[in-house]
Design a protein around this ligand. Structure first.
Ligand code: FES
Length: 107
């Protein structure tokens, strides 16, 4: 069962237990995490599930597809080299310990 650590803009850390195959977004919202809105419910249409991936984990994630890439250009907080949409990151044991920073705002 993968665990994810979210780092809030305040520096506070929140650890969330996820299920294999679950998206980061779903694990976050299921656990009531502040900072992920996910207005489209994970359909890659809203960009309100934006996260910054810790550099140590960036290369372990699947590549960004064209739809995610286009949406990341419309995030409320600045897009950075490590920006991803959390609904597009599917969790597995290989991502146990994943660390993600939350942006200042999602809308
Ligand atoms: S939840 Fe809408 S794009 Fe991820």
């Amino acid at each position: 069962m993968p665990a994810i650590t979210f780092i809030h803009p305040t520096g506070e850390h929140t650890r969330v237990e996820a299920s294999d195959g679950e998206s980061v977004m779903l694990a976050a919202t299921r656990n009531g995490l502040d900072g992920i809105l996910a207005e489209c419910g994970g359909n890659a249409m809203c960009a309100t599930c934006h996260v910054y991936v810790d550099d140590a984990w960036l290369a372990r994630l699947p590549a960004i597809d064209d739809d995610e890439d286009a949406l990341l250009d419309g995030t409320a907080s600045d897009r950075r080299a490590n920006s991803r949409l959390s609904c597009q990151i599917k969790l597995s044991g290989e991502l146990d310990g994943l660390v993600l920073c939350l942006p200042e705002r999602q809308v």
